[in-house]
Design a protein around this ligand. Structure first.
Ligand SMILES: *Cc1c(COP(=O)(O)O)cnc(C)c1O
Length: 421
């Protein structure tokens, strides 16, 4: 049975009616399906069964502790981009030996923290970072396990904001430089070369950019083998597309088949860093229509979720399906709506030009909100961040409570009008 579907005329997540969840937890709320996450993870595991591999879930897609714990319990590793994410993974029971640390701007503190904990690998993005990690590792008397993030210069054909593998992007190291840096690193007693990695972008709908990138990495790995430098793993990053509307999504089975073929006869393990493809379609944003209004022929549905809760439509013009919780609302007139939030910005929209049968008070589900939803949310307009709820069968668990205004103000000093500065 699908994790999200209409039953008896009302939209459900697993065995729970979203009207009940709205009553229990309020709106807006992110609702996740545990079985959908499990299924997505197993799908990857199964596809790559013939190739030694490790899935390192990209934490930034959804970093709720309960989601991380769920993935850790299935054996997942983690791809992190900050010391904060490292702390979350450890708290959720993730194994340090399965953590890879990505990101262009790792600080001294973050590097020391990760070295002391003994993570699997640093994915290094520049010569200066390499030098810094070597220095810190030497001082701590620890050997740093490293991989260089190679920029394979392939066009992932996705949105420019989430395209990271082109020559002119801020990410990664050009192949020629990587060849030199690997030889340099090989001379250091404080560095242990264990891999090579790339990450060419996000929401990539085609197979070719992945295989083109892998071929380039393998060419470099072969050149290094000639010089006596060996890799234990090749990390092809994340970026596998999911279906939001009717675009193609990368069939994980096809990707796995292509990679397994390219890797045949090679000793290296494949690492993968999927984020979106594990969680995007395992979550929805549940919201309520506050008002409907018409301005000069344009209908607006003003909902209680806004760009601070879910910024993808405003930031990337991302299209997310909007479903009414009531399947057959025949008594409501069908109109074309701009679905907007209450924030004082014209960019505050969740969906445009949608034909809906709704009236104020109705509940809506914004689909595919499990990735880059809550993690990109903010307190703009002093709005508390949404609750997050994890559903398993007939059970719902609030895995993050709704933020109150007290929560938001807690870190600010009390205004004192008499003491001055
Ligand atoms: C964001 C990111 C990922 C995950 O990307 P998805 O598109 O969510 O799969 C993986 N690796 C790195 C280095 C990233 O920055």
């Amino acid at each position: 049975m699908p994790a999200f579907d209409y039953r008896n005329g009302f939209y459900h997540v697993e065995d729970l009616d979203l009207r009940e969840l709205a009553e229990q937890f309020g709106t807006p709320a992110f609702i996740y399906s545990e079985s959908a996450i499990r299924e997505a993870y197993h799908h990857f595991e199964l596809a790559f069964a013939d190739q030694p591999h490790l899935i390192c879930y990209s934490v930034k897609a959804n970093s709720n502790l309960s989601i991380l714990q769920l993935l850790a319990s299935m054996g997942s590793g983690f791809d992190i981009v900050s010391g904060g994410e490292l702390t979350r993974v450890l708290k959720a029971g993730g194994s340090p030996k399965k953590i890879v640390f990505s990101g262009v701007g790792k600080t001294q503190e973050e590097i020391s923290q990760a070295l002391s904990i003994g993570i699997h690998c640093f994915n290094i993005e520049s010569e200066e970072e390499l030098t810094k990690i070597e220095k810190i590792a030497s001082a701590l008397g620890i050997v740093a396990p490293i991989s260089l993030r190679v920029n394979p210069d392939v066009d992932p054909k996705t949105h420019p904001y989430i395209s990271t593998g082109l020559k002119q992007s801020k990410f990664g190291i050009p192949t020629e430089t990587a060849l030199r840096l690997y030889q340099q690193a090989d001379q250091s007693a404080a560095l242990n070369i264990i891999g090579m990695n790339c990450h060419i972008g996000s929401q990539i709908t085609e197979l070719a950019p992945f295989t083109d990138a892998l071929i380039k990495l393998l060419e470099l790995a072969d050149a290094l083998t000639q010089k006596g430098i060996f890799m234990e793993h090749i990390d092809i990053g994340g970026g596998m597309a999911v279906q939001y509307q009717n675009e193609d999504s990368v069939a994980i089975a096809d990707l796995a088949e292509a990679i397994t073929e390219l890797m045949s006869g090679r000793p290296q393990k494949i690492l993968l860093e999927p984020g979106r493809s594990l969680v995007a379609n395992a979550g929805i944003l549940l919201t309520q229509v506050i008002y409907v209004k018409e301005n000069s022929g344009q209908n607006f549905a003003i909902i209680d979720a806004a760009m601070n809760d879910f910024i993808r439509p405003a930031l990337y013009k991302a299209w997310h399906n909007v479903l009414p919780i009531i399947q057959f609302a025949e008594e409501r007139p069908e109109r074309e709506y701009e679905v907007v939030g209450p924030i004082c910005e014209s960019g505050d929209f969740l969906a445009k030009q949608r034909r809906l049968k709704i009236r104020s008070g109705d509940l809506l589900s914004i689909q595919s909100a499990g990735a880059y939803g809550f993690t990109m949310s903010s307190n703009y307009n002093s709005r508390g961040r949404s609750a997050e709820v994890l559903v398993k069968g007939t059970h719902a668990k609030e895995i993050r409570r709704r933020e109150s205004i007290e929560d938001q103000m807690r870190l600010e000093s009390n205004p004192s009008f008499d003491s001055g500065y």
